[in-house]
Design a protein around this ligand. Sequence first.
Ligand SMILES: Nc1ncnc2c1ncn2[C@@H]1O[C@H](COP(=O)(O)OP(=O)(O)OP(=O)(O)O)[C@@H](O)[C@H]1O
Ligand SMILES: [Mg+2]
Length: 359
Amino acid sequence: MSSQKLVGISEIAELAGVTKQAVANWRHRFDHFPKPGQTLQAGPVWDAEVIADWLKAKDGYQTKVISFINLKGGVAKTTTSVAVAEILAKDFRKHVLFIDLDPQTNATINLIGEEEWGKRDKDGRTLAQLFKDKLRPDAKPVFNVEESIIRGVSTIDGGISRLDLLPSSIEFIDIQEKLPFVAMQGNYENNPQDILRRALAPVIDRYDFVIIDCPPSLGIVTKNGLRFSTHYVIPAIPDIVSTWGIFQIVSSIDAFSDSINRAPPIRPIGIVATKVQGNIDLHQRVLAQLREGRLFEGKETDLTQPPLFTASIAQNANTARGADADAGLNTFRKKYGPNYEPHLALTKEIIDRCNPAKN
Ligand SMILES: Nc1ncnc2c1ncn2[C@@H]1O[C@H](COP(=O)(O)OP(=O)(O)OP(=O)(O)O)[C@@H](O)[C@H]1O
Ligand SMILES: [Mg+2]
């Protein structure tokens, strides 16, 4: 008689300490999820040892959630986060969810165009609806996470199959002000900083990467994103005003991470220099300072400057035009011009820096 022990989805969920939904998500996401040994009437079953080995190996494959953040506006947070998400999904074949947390909706419009966004905004299929529901705890919730995720977005190829989007709405501006009072409206289970994480819990395991485009503020909507971010990237133009706030971001996120007892803490994986102009002396000086990790010099702090990424993104008119979803820019070359390769190199560095084996 064989001593082989068989396990079904429920037992795998129990072994891994996750929900059955999470196991179903892994089967979808990981090509290397073991094939079932048999399919019984009750469902598929696996060899328990094969599953145990796979779970051990999977530790390095936890969903990486990366916020792109800088308190300074106009430093290419949106352009960089969209490009990285597109490249992760298309060139690196990762399953990616892009979350647009900015009421300016730039990333949403970049990825799906204005017309499609308008339709979704009208019938409550944007993230703003999730937060609006919390402001009306007595009414029936309208937001539905599955219906709000738009699959296969991007202008590249008319849509990249592994890239999904949770769109934003201008209504976020209003919500941002009201949200702190959620807990006062008899809705005590709703920590106003934890709304997004809870809503995404059933779907997050489907993705290798979640990329979050943050507004240029550390308000409650941004904190909803940071609440479940594993890492963050700071895009910055290498000049005085754009790098001035970097210490503030790093120290604020460090304090936030502590306040919610995050272990491991939300990790800054790097600063990416954007809109770099080779002919400006100041840019070269600031780049040298960042490269040598000297930005926090002279400050009374234990924090170290996040390392500069080797790849940097040059100022380029073609890249600026890439945000127009209706311009027919259906290849990386058309959308990013000569900045495609630097974005590709940056994405590779991001993958490497998120990989615990290499850190
Ligand atoms: N490499 C580049 N070269 C030239 N222009 C660029 C480049 N990257 C971004 N831009 C342009 O700079 C402007 C700001 O970029 P983007 O919207 O990505 O910044 P942001 O940090 O997301 O801004 P905000 O703080 O408003 O959200 C946009 O008009 C964009 O098209
Ligand atoms: Mg932006």
